[in-house]
Design a protein around this ligand. Sequence first.
Ligand SMILES: NC(=O)c1ccc[n+]([C@@H]2O[C@H](COP(=O)([O-])OP(=O)(O)OC[C@H]3O[C@@H](n4cnc5c(N)ncnc54)[C@H](OP(=O)(O)O)[C@@H]3O)[C@@H](O)[C@H]2O)c1
Length: 323
Amino acid sequence: MPMIGMGTCCRRDPKGRREFISALEAFYATGGSHIDTAQSYDNHADVKQALSAMERDQVWVTSKVNMLAVTSHKTADQQVRAAVESSLIELGVDQVDLMLLHEPACENNWQREAAEASKQLLAATKGAANSSAVVVDDGINVAAASRCTVEAWRALVKQQHSGKCRAVGVSNFGVRHLSALLGAGLPLPAVNEVEFHPWVSHEQYRLVEWCHRHRVAVTAFGSFGSSRRVKRGNALEVPAVVAEAARVRGVSAHEILLAWTLQQNISVIPQTNSLAHMRSNLAVHEIRLTGSEIKQISTLGGSAYPKDWKEYGKIIHKLTVKP
Ligand SMILES: NC(=O)c1ccc[n+]([C@@H]2O[C@H](COP(=O)([O-])OP(=O)(O)OC[C@H]3O[C@@H](n4cnc5c(N)ncnc54)[C@H](OP(=O)(O)O)[C@@H]3O)[C@@H](O)[C@H]2O)c1
């Protein structure tokens, strides 16, 4: 899988469709060869259009099964298979290079649905002893819920065996979820796509370490700091160590953050509409940070968090130093 890809999330404005397709085409023309999409981004048709102008074997396509839509009303196997098959049709490909379970989120649906079923059963039997068919813990069928993620993963592994997915993986899975897959005797995912930037928690660093130790590749989103995280803090400036690393190399702070991620053997998928940013993002593998810089950037989490993501983006952009 190419270590530098292009994200495609969340541009829903229909007027932006042409711009979006042009950006993917420009990314490919600039040498980019990895596109990250998902069922829930609702852009498979646009990705298909962009792919029609590309050599299929020259581009790596990652998509994701929308786990928020997986309910307990059908088997996980049926739903994951349907999600993969419809994604292939929407993308106009015979095989997707990497299909991920987008999040371990079906647990919530299954817990809610199991709780509702339990309530109905208890009401029907008026609490009679023969309600033991459902294991209720505070109204929640815990066993069914934790099975759901494992069953969805088992189903996705089957899709890989059927040849519809070249590789399979997960996204937003924690060590708890990955351990459950191991415990079920299933192969581990090829990739775990997670939020990763210098401001993530120690737990996220431990997750990356766990993945690498178990030979699960890691892809980062939110490389410049995500809205959820950056809203927690106070400072609105590029950390001095990032600014200095950018200044001495004549590159931007964004490039330094991507290089910092790549040098930890984590692939990146920044999204951009700008040709200049595409070019610089694709070239970040040429930037070599020193061990000391990597360490200093890695300890930023305990210090400052910019307040607002958009504001942070603007400020980090302003401070960009170009040759
Ligand atoms: N698996 C998941 O749950 C999950 C969650 C979130 C995102 N994702 C994936 O990750 C991708 C990235 O999303 P993200 O939230 O991490 O956003 P991001 O790509 O980190 O940030 C996008 C913003 O960064 C700017 N940008 C990109 N490269 C730049 C550069 N070199 N210099 C200056 N600005 C630059 C873009 O503006 P310009 O257009 O002006 O360059 C855009 O405003 C998504 O598109 C999606 O594919 C996955």
